[in-house]
Ligand binder design. Structure first.
Ligand code: 6GU
Length: 221
């Protein structure tokens, strides 16, 4: 898979994609991630990328030309172009599973003061990562990239994401490791029983209980 990210702040990505599991996935060529500063595509003599809004109002608005030219230089028949914006559709694990099957994803980071509405016309999808406003789409693009890359074959153990929270609309069950007793806090005895059928049953029940308590909205699905 290839992920191209369009941003005015490429330095924000340096540490995030060169650490931990994403770094390993990149090193093992499971994914190629490229960061593009679309300012470099501006045809303005001063490399301007924004301008004042028609009709008046506060703030600067990202112009079409640099983003159109950058996307057009990257797009192929296999590309899915996604705009990151607080008015996009709410991002969910289900969407992550779908995006993990794509060959090429282009992520466009909008920015806080807004972008020319016509930029939406070159996008296949618009995503938001939650009901709050960020200064730009950069953090959202990192969140989405991380959640996709961990699902790519061979990046983490398959069994590890089969039990993920949100899989089957259930939150994860509780897990424990050594020691059996930590400051009087005991590991549930069923997990020490060696009875795999009982353990599976316990985990399923805990998963449902936790979802009922914390996210009843998930069970309604
Ligand atoms: Cl994708 N962008 C911005 N700027 N704010 C957000 C968001 C995206 N998702 C939630 N808030």
């Amino acid at each position: 898979m290839k992920i191209d990210i369009l941003t005015l702040f490429p330095e924000m990505f340096e540490n995030v994609f060169s650490s931990s599991i994403i770094k390993r996935a990149v090193d093992e060529e499971k994914v190629e991630i490229n960061i593009h500063n679309f300012r470099e595509y501006s045809k303005d003599p001063h490399h301007k990328v924004d301008d004042t809004p028609y009709g008046g109002g506060s703030g600067m608005v990202l112009t079409c030309q640099p983003i159109f030219d950058c996307v057009e230089s990257l797009k192929t028949k296999d590309s899915l172009t996604i705009l990151l914006t607080p008015d996009g559709i709410p991002y969910k694990q289900e969407i992550a599973y779908n995006l993990a099957t794509k060959k090429h994803i282009i992520l466009i980071c909008g920015h806080y003061e807004g972008f020319d509405e016509r930029i939406r016309s070159i996008c296949d999808m618009e995503l938001s990562i939650g009901d709050y406003v960020l200064t730009g789409g950069e953090l959202a693009s990192m969140v989405i990239t991380d959640s996709i890359v961990r699902l790519l074959p061979g990046v983490i153990e398959q069994a590890s994401h089969q039990n993920d929270s949100f899989n089957n609309n259930l939150l994860d069950y509780p897990t424990y490791t050594k020691p059996r007793n930590f400051r009087g806090l005991e590991v549930p005895s069923v997990l020490l029983s060696g009875d795999h059928k009982k353990i599976e049953e316990y985990r399923k029940n805990e998963s449902i209980k936790r979802t009922q308590e914390r996210r009843p909205d998930l069970l309604e699905k």
